[in-house]
Design a protein around this ligand. Structure first.
Ligand code: NAI
Length: 328
């Protein structure tokens, strides 16, 4: 049998962590033939809670779970990591300025990037979930100069899945009937869910909808503001759906996209579609043999171009802000 794959999860005692770890242990992250070893990173105050979760993981008697170790030190937690899920982050609290938020997250993602650089396995794949996810991924990446830059990605798969669900509901079809959905830009309210290249049972999705007002005034804001709507309804932020999207992101990265389909991942730009090189921005990507490629050659109409540019401008501003704070 295969040697276990080391999966490091930060923020393991948080609410996403609680939903995520059991799905990793059951084999849904990497596949039914791959044993995993969990390496959990928490802040010292939350180590005890992580130990409780580790007890429950043990009680799950997962045949694929080769062990769970808990750390409060990033250098140890990322030692030998093949996959790193960076979930723990500093949330924005009332009255907090953007600079303070970026500064606090720089204090988390800089040492984690350094620890990945120092000790992760050669095949390390990093997914940043903790917000502001794209810019946190950029900070970690910039402190891991020996790791290929493209191994640092951020999560827009939850937005992608939300867009699939809303479009399926509108058209009265199954999410499985929809291919080639795209999220562009930042995982924030400026993100752009694009249905102009999507296909529904082989037909163009925008043509199937045939209602630009619905796209502009209903679909896009519903997807972009779904996180706030969940908080409003549930009294807590989305956790199980976020964990599910993290599973999807890594599973697709490792196992590949289906023929004739693609997914959305925030990845370092190579300059495609006019997105400044190096920004970690969401694109349509195909994946194969553990590597992703940005889908090339899509034509962007005015409706799409304007919205992509606005979200990318926000990413540039975030990059400028972390630069001027000396975080990268
Ligand atoms: P939570 O507050 O329940 O858990 C966060 C955990 O991270 C806590 O246990 C905390 O102790 C830990 N943590 C804080 N600093 C740490 C550090 N330096 N090292 C290790 N652990 C650390 O939050 P929740 O709900 O689990 O969300 C986590 C993050 O995911 C948030 O930033 C949230 O905004 C983000 N998120 C991102 C989504 C996306 O689509 N990209 C979707 C939903 C949430």
């Amino acid at each position: 049998t295969q040697a276990p794959v080391n999966v490091t999860v930060t923020g393991a005692a948080g609410q996403i962590g609680y939903a995520l770890l059991f799905r990793i242990a059951s084999g849904q992250l990497l596949g039914p033939d791959t044993p995993v070893k969990l390496r959990l990173l928490e802040i010292p105050q939350a180590v005890k809670a992580a130990e409780g979760t580790a007890m429950e993981l043990e009680d799950g008697a997962f045949p694929l779970l080769a062990g769970t170790d808990i750390f409060d030190n990033p250098k140890q937690a990322f030692e030998g990591a093949n996959v790193a899920l960076l979930v723990g982050a500093r949330p924005r609290t009332k009255g907090m300025e953007r600079g303070d938020l970026l500064e606090a997250n720089g204090g988390i993602f800089k040492p984690q990037g350094e620890a990945i650089n120092a000790g992760a396995a050669d095949d390390i794949k990093v997914l940043v979930v903790g917000n502001p996810a794209n810019t946190n991924a950029l900070i970690a990446q910039q402190h891991a100069p020996d790791v290929p830059a493209e191994r640092f990605t951020a999560m827009t798969r939850l937005d992608h899945n939300r867009a699939l669900a809303q479009l399926a509901k509108k058209l009265g079809v199954s999410v499985a009937d929809i291919k080639k959905m795209t999220i562009w830009g930042n995982h924030s309210a400026t993100q752009y869910p694009d249905v102009f290249h999507a296909e529904v049972a082989g037909k163009n999705a925008a043509e199937a909808v045939n209602d630009e007002t619905w796209l502009a005034e209903d679909f896009i804001p519903t997807v972009a503001k779904r996180g706030a709507a969940i908080i409003e309804a549930r009294g807590a932020s989305s956790a199980a759906s976020a964990a599910s999207a993290a599973i999807d992101h890594v599973h697709t990265w490792v196992n590949g996209t289906a023929e004739g389909d693609w997914t959305s991942m925030a990845v370092p730009s190579d300059g495609s579609y006019g997105v400044p090189e190096g920004l970690i921005s969401s694109f349509p990507v195909t994946t194969k043999n553990g590597k992703y490629e940005i889908v090339q050659g899509l034509e962007l109409n005015e409706f799409s171009r304007t919205r992509i540019d606005a979200s990318v401008a926000e990413l540039s501003e975030e990059r400028d802000a972390v630069r001027s704070l000396g975080l990268i």
